[in-house]
Design a protein around this ligand. Structure first.
Ligand code: DC
Length: 225
């Protein structure tokens, strides 16, 4: 039976993963965090001592990378060559590396099959940047989740501070702006809404309101397909 696929794309810090996880548990679907896959590759590359900009070295090491996703007590864990790296990949340094490796076409191709296979075998809510445009162009529902750069940076800053990371608001905002630029200006699979995506802007609404709005939009769209 054909599986139901919901694509949620948007810039960093728009609340995609929190909201996609919520929607996945409400609908009983599997949540797939594609950013985590790029982050795991970023971590591998960093550990190899590869610098940002050394594209060829990244391509050369892909053959040594195995990314796997497992669901433990309902939550998604990302494995890099058998090691659970789910927590290690949530740092600002890895954000930069993930953005760097994600602009390399061979890296995107490398992850495409894995992402499509998950969507083919399961009902999924998949979040990323190019899910509605490239990975799952036939998805039943496509959402473009966005918010202003300042609001996104504010939320990310709070999150990092809660985790005990020593960052300033300005550095987080700068990081977000740089990633927006990298993600939307790259030649391959740039961040942009699919033609048939529904845009949901969470700048002026809180998490509960965003979740309620998103659920309403998804249900409305599903009742029309
Ligand atoms: O969603 P995130 O912040 O964890 O994503 C990390 C990086 O990976 C981000 O810079 C954009 C990139 N990415 C991408 O290019 N395509 C995706 N489908 C998901 C993430």
């Amino acid at each position: 039976m054909k599986k139901i696929n919901i694509a949620i794309d948007g810039p960093s810090g728009a609340g995609k993963s929190t909201l996609a996880k919520r929607m996945a548990s409400e609908f009983g679907y599997i949540y797939v965090d594609t950013g985590g896959m790029y982050r795991a590759i970023g971590l591998y590359v960093l550990r190899q001592g590869i610098s940002i900009g050394e594209n060829q070295r990244v391509k050369d090491c892909l053959k040594d990378i195995n990314i796997d996703i497992k669901y433990i007590s309902g939550s998604q864990h990302i494995f890099l060559n058998g090691e659970d790296v789910s927590d290690l990949i949530r740092t600002e340094e890895i954000s930069k590396y993930a953005s760097f490796v994600s602009a390399i076409p061979t890296v995107r191709q490398f992850l495409l099959d894995l992402q499509r296979a998950l969507a083919c075998e399961n009902n999924v809510i998949m979040d990323g940047r190019d899910i509605g445009t490239v990975i799952l162009p036939e998805a039943s529902v496509k959402i473009f989740l966005t918010a202003s750069a300042e609001k996104r940076a504010g939320r990310r800053y709070e999150e990092l501070r809660e985790k005990g990371q020593n960052v300033t608001f300005e550095s987080v905002l700068e990081n977000i702006r740089q990633r927006d630029k990298n993600d939307s200006e790259r030649a391959i699979a740039p961040l942009k809404p699919a033609d048939d995506a529904i845009t949901v802007d969470t700048s002026d609404i809180n998490l509960e309101e965003s979740a309620a709005l998103l659920k309403k939009v998804i249900l409305e769209k599903m009742s029309n397909v």
